[in-house]
Ligand binder design. Structure first.
Ligand code: PHE
Length: 369
């Protein structure tokens, strides 16, 4: 059984096959070593792996002629040969022999060269600030919860004492999920406008006492400008127990602001309105840029408004009592607060345009690595 150029293969015994494949392999190595010019390497490629009359093709013809009992062995030996020869022909063809052999052996490995450092990502400045805020409350014994970003009208508004068509809803216009007209109004889905719906979800799932912070993403139908983005972030807080008072709320937030911005920061509380807290307040901190003397950042007032808060409205407790009877406003009380993470991150890092936080621009993000 002889084919042009190939060594003889008289029979299909183990020994004969081993000798045959070893000789073919040696033949290839000899020829590859001599192929020094691009033309020669191309000729080598055609001679060995050419489609029609390539030597590998001829070896495969032999394989086909093997008797049934030897076929598996022959097949395996053939595949091993092919795996060896084909890539080397390709390598020669694309890189040329000089480069190919360099790649294999000629370039010494210099282990003293600096390595290639994989680029490490960094926490997004928003996430970093959010974790920092959450950490401050964790150290005061708060647990951490999350809730869905696509929320029902009930949790986002109704259970929080925004009745249908109440004007307070106008301040929190948002995107609603289309095609839900067949559903009752309270079940219609929308992108949550604040993290407060998670207050309800949390109370529905666990009885008092409760201390929890809820970080997350929220949406509002606001036109984007330097200080507004239709997507932003909040950290919500809720504390419910026996005898929780407004002074607990003041002490907690005053401590949190000092942790966040430094111990010289002062806080003050202004009357405000939220349907789900009574009384409600806006919290201001003394301007961290001018120390309260008045500057451009605080519009010369010396104060910067940072968050909303208040005592949990009895109507909110009533909304969860069906599931958790222990939220009886006669026996327990609580406070809640919600702060915008974006503003705080912008103050911490001197970022003037909120849009940068959402642009995905690596030049901006790399400055936080
Ligand atoms: N959810 C309110 C907002 O987004 C903030 C807030 C939370 C106010 C909790 C009071 C209590 O404006």
């Amino acid at each position: 059984m002889e084919t042009a150029n190939l060594p003889a293969l008289a029979e299909f015994s183990d020994a004969a096959l081993a000798a045959f494949f070893a000789e073919v392999r040696a033949m290839f190595d000899r020829e590859a070593a001599q192929a020094a010019t691009p033309a020669a390497t191309e000729a080598l490629r055609v001679r060995w792996v050419g489609r029609k009359q390539g030597l590998l093709q001829q070896v495969s013809e032999l394989v086909k002629r093997a008797p049934a009992e030897a076929r598996k062995d022959v097949g395996q030996r053939f595949n091993a040969l092919k795996r060896e020869i084909e890539p080397r022909c390709e390598e020669f063809a694309t890189a040329g022999p000089a480069h190919a052999s360099q790649k294999l052996s000629a370039v010494p490995l210099d282990v003293t060269l600096p390595g290639i450092r994989p680029a490490l990502g960094a926490e997004h400045p928003l996430i970093r600030t959010m974790n920092e805020i959450v950490g401050i409350f964790q150290r005061m014994g708060y647990s951490v919860g999350i809730g869905p970003e696509v929320e029902s009208d009930y949790y986002n508004f109704e259970a929080l004492n925004f009745p249908p068509n109440h004007p307070a809803r106008d301040t929190q216009d948002t995107l609603v999920v289309a095609g839900q007209e067949h559903r009752p109004a309270r079940d219609r889905l929308l992108l949550r406008t604040h993290t407060s719906p998670v207050q309800i979800r949390t109370m529905e799932s666990q009885p008092p006492p409760l201390r929890i912070v809820i970080p997350g993403k929220v949406h509002r139908n606001d036109a984007a400008d330097a200080t507004h983005s239709p997507v932003f972030h909040q950290v919500e807080g809720l504390c419910v127990d026996k005898n929780i008072t407004f002074s607990d709320l003041k002490g907690t937030l005053d401590h949190a602001m000092k942790e966040l911005f430094g111990s010289s920061v002062k806080t003050r509380f202004f009357p405000s309105f939220f349907p789900f807290t009574e009384p409600s307040a806006d919290v201001q901190i003394s301007c961290i840029f001018c120390g309260g003397r008045g500057c451009r950042k605080c519009k010369n007032s010396g104060w910067i408004e940072l968050l909303g808060c208040g005592m949990v409205h009895p109507a909110v407790f009533e909304a969860v009592r069906g599931r958790q009877p222990e939220y009886d406003p006669e026996n327990i009380s609580g406070f809640a607060f919600g702060m915008g993470v974006d503003r705080i991150a912008m103050m911490q890092h001197g970022i003037g345009d909120i849009g940068l936080l959402y642009s995905g621009d690596c030049r901006f993000l790399e400055s936080f690595v």
